[in-house]
Design a protein around this ligand. Structure first.
Ligand code: BGC
Length: 763
């Protein structure tokens, strides 16, 4: 009896610590690999599967259901919950109710600001100002981390060459180099020194890969692309963001050459892991695993789950398939334990990097420290938002120096976007609040004070197309409709315009027209607004058109009508003030277009760095059997890199430090930039290269450098670019990365269409 008792005691002594140990996390002071290995060894298969799930609170997942899932260890991360109190509830549940107490991470689409909304990404790209871009990223991370978040689904670095696609608004434009520079700047700014720091977020670069090349610009459509174009143009921005340290990658919804990215082993393993050595997590996009059935590559949900994890998806976003089917798949060996462990390891690694094991409340702080008012004005960063927004504005036309305007007389501010607080923030405006944003009308009123009289008329609805309004208002009532007839609104606007010295018309798109699931086959301004512009033009008053929109539009007619044309994109919380700064000359515009503006939709795809053809068209010497449209010009209305200033800049001819470039050498291309106008201002000097003869056709120009230069009126400055053979590397026909000897054109300009040239020989 006695021995039995002592054996029992012995057993209790051995088992009790082991059990306690098995129910708790390893010491967070262990190095990452040791920590994660020790944790993995404690986890059940169900708990491992739980870590692979990303869910959001919603009708399918009410809070109570989420609580139960957290308690059972069935959730790895939560997205779309954006306030500290709400996040804290869930982290408390994980820390108090789940067996292992593995902290959750919290993610959100912080694409261009969290509470303070910065210009949409396409606007940020228009700044060509990496400091401004970094400011926007740092503040987004600051505000996101202050709200308790750990990760953002950004930046989006999909190259976009088709303005029919609504998501061009979220991207950084058509050019690889510019996208790469801005993408890596955003990653570094958002992640800071370390993604686990108090005011950093981890980034998740998206959408891997090639989502911007959906056929016909139709969202979620197929992508079909040559390997050369893929590796030369479309993949480098993702690689640059990863090289900058992005901890996450969101996998695209589209298929690539027939294989949905979500199950593309070549993409997710050979390229991402083996060639690029990515060690962070891959996340499927919303519902992408389910969609494999509709893509026609999985017969049923179980096969979809199996294919996705075996291809290399680590976390599944908003699919319950991993939860339902992985247990059986693992039991039957159709998904190996090693594959499961590998996926879980990536999730635990990033949680470790986010600092969550050391402190699950790293971005939440102690209970009771939550802001008294989540939406407090004091939490915003207005000065920075205004400064960045000013840099993003692009002056497209300024006939007879219509702009800047004087703060005097009577100004008529007209248009459906002139006083829309929701639209000025743009889509994907995170936790930004419309009531905190400044409209153009408000910005103009602030700017002129009592120096001028400001009149306002709405003039038109965004569109008179009821179906479109219903579409835009399907999930949220964002488009407000004025019940007056279109003619009554125009009459009111014309009466208002007649009383004014100048008309400022704010027209374009509602923010929801340039968003996910917002592809257009017609990229003109909606007819209701075009009618308004015609009527305003007919008053004979000077007409300043301010465009608010999220994609290049076809603006041939507006360009003819307007005396001045300012592309404002969706400039964010401080948008109205920033636009007013430019309209009245308190800031001299310097933005440049990151996407070509076509004349008409029929020219799409249109991008500056196209390949030459065997039959180039020469408008000076038109010939029938050359590459052109007989009913439209070839070139865009406004080229890539274009944007005016209130001052005037000239560039000297290009001088080269050498006419021969050795394979391991470099040379310097120099121009002198002169501000020969009468105002101080900045412009962007752009370097393009063209490999004249190579084994495959090379683009007529590729951007390889830029400098944003500020010059006082009358001043000159020498601007230099270092040219290296690496800038001329390309994928040849058998897909080897090479540089080939031969002649190279160096082109330096203030946009991609008007450049000064020089030539050297690459040895
Ligand atoms: C979008 C992603 C986004 C995700 C989460 C998806 O529909 O494609 O860009 O990050 O939703 O909101």
């Amino acid at each position: 009896m006695r021995w039995l008792w002592s054996f029992g005691l012995m057993l209790a002594c051995v088992v009790a610590p082991a059990l306690a140990d098995n129910n708790s996390l390893p010491s967070p002071s262990l190095p990452r690999d040791a920590f994660v290995n020790a944790l993995l060894a404690k986890m059940t298969t169900e708990e491992k599967i739980g870590q692979l799930r990303l869910i959001s609170v919603g009708p399918d997942n009410p809070k109570e259901a989420i609580r139960e899932m957290i308690q059972r260890g069935q959730v790895g991360g939560i997205f779309n919950t954006v306030t500290r109190p709400d996040i804290r509830v869930m982290q408390d549940q994980a820390m108090q109710l789940s067996r292992l107490k593995i902290p959750l991470f919290f993610a959100y689409d912080i694409v261009h600001g969290q509470r303070t909304i910065f210009p949409i990404s396409l606007g940020l790209a228009s700044s060509w100002d990496l400091q401004a871009v970094a400011t926007s990223g740092r503040i987004a991370a600051f505000e996101g981390s202050e709200d308790g978040l750990n990760m953002t689904w950004a930046p989006m670095v999909d190259i976009t060459r088709d303005p029919r696609w609504g998501r061009v608004s979220e991207g950084l434009g058509e050019d690889t180099f510019l996208t790469q520079e801005i993408g890596r700047t955003l990653v570094s700014a958002i992640q800071g020194k370390h993604p686990g720091d108090r005011h950093s977020l981890m980034t998740s670069v998206k959408h891997f890969a090639l989502y911007g090349a959906v056929e016909g610009g139709r969202d979620y459509n197929t992508v079909d692309m040559s390997p050369q174009k893929m590796f030369q143009d479309y993949l480098p921005p993702y690689k640059a963001a990863l090289d900058a340290g992005s901890g996450g990658v969101m996998v695209a919804l589209n298929s690539i050459n027939g294989t949905p990215a979500t199950v593309d082993r070549w993409l997710l393993q050979d390229v991402l892991r083996k060639a690029w050595h990515f060690t962070g997590i891959t996340v499927s996009d919303h519902g992408a695993i389910k969609e494999l059935i509709k893509h026609g590559v999985a017969a049923d949900p179980e096969q979809a789950a199996k294919m996705a994890i075996n291809a290399g998806i680590n976390m599944s976003m908003s699919d319950e398939y991993f939860l339902k089917y992985l247990p059986g798949l693992i039991q039957r060996g159709e998904v190996s334990q090693a594959t499961l462990d590998d996926a879980v390891r990536h999730v635990l690694n990033v949680k470790y990097d986010m600092g969550l094991f050391r402190d699950p409340y790293v971005h939440l702080g102690p209970a009771g420290s939550d802001p008294a008012d989540t939406n407090a004005e004091s939490r915003l960063h207005r000065a920075e938002a205004r400064q960045v927004a000013r840099e993003s504005l692009v002056l497209l036309k300024n006939r007879l120096s219509t702009l800047p305007l004087k703060k005097q007389g009577t100004l008529a501010v007209i248009g459906p976007l002139a006083d829309s607080k929701r639209d000025i923030m743009g889509s994907w405006s995170a936790a930004g609040r419309a009531d905190q944003s400044v409209t153009l009308l408000e910005g103009i009123r602030h700017a002129v004070g009592d120096k001028a009289k400001v009149l306002y008329a709405r003039g038109a609805n965004i569109t008179d197309h009821q179906d479109l309004i219903a579409y835009l208002n399907q999930y949220e009532q964002t488009v407000k409709v004025d019940p007056r007839t279109p003619q009554a609104m125009i009459d009111d606007a014309v009466r208002t315009a007649r009383q004014a010295d100048v008309v400022i018309a704010a027209v374009g798109e509602a923010q929801g027209m340039a968003h996910e699931a917002s592809s257009r086959s017609d990229i003109t301004i909606p007819e209701s607004q075009r009618r308004l512009l015609r009527a305003l033009k007919a008053t004979g008053k000077p007409l300043v058109v301010v465009l608010l929109n999220g994609r290049p539009l076809a603006l041939v007619r507006e360009n003819q009508q307007a005396d001045a044309l300012l592309e404002a994109w969706f400039p964010g919380t401080e948008g109205g003030n920033a636009i007013a700064d430019v309209l009245f000359g308190d800031h001299n515009p310097s933005g440049k277009l990151p996407m070509s503006f076509p004349r008409s939709v029929g020219q799409i795809p249109i991008y500056y760095n196209h390949l030459p053809t065997g039959r180039p068209y020469d408008p000076q010497k038109p010939e029938k059997y050359t590459s052109h449209y007989y009913d439209e010009a070839n070139g865009p209305l406004f080229p890539f890199g274009y944007g005016l200033s209130y001052t005037h800049f000239t560039l000297s001819p290009v001088t080269l430090s050498a006419t021969q470039l050795a394979p391991a050498g470099s040379l310097t291309a120099t121009v002198t930039l002169t501000n020969d106008g009468d105002r101080d201002g900045a412009t962007v000097v752009q370097l393009y290269l063209h490999d004249v003869t190579a084994s495959i056709s090379r683009p007529v120009a590729t951007l390889q450098g830029f400098h944003k230069v500020f010059l006082k009126a009358g001043a000159s400055q020498s601007v230099q670019f270092t040219v290296t053979p690496a800038m001329l590397r390309f994928y040849n026909q058998p897909m080897q990365q090479v540089t080939e000897p031969g002649e190279v054109d160096v082109m330096i300009g203030l946009d991609s269409a008007r450049v000064n040239r020089a030539r050297f020989t690459l040895q």
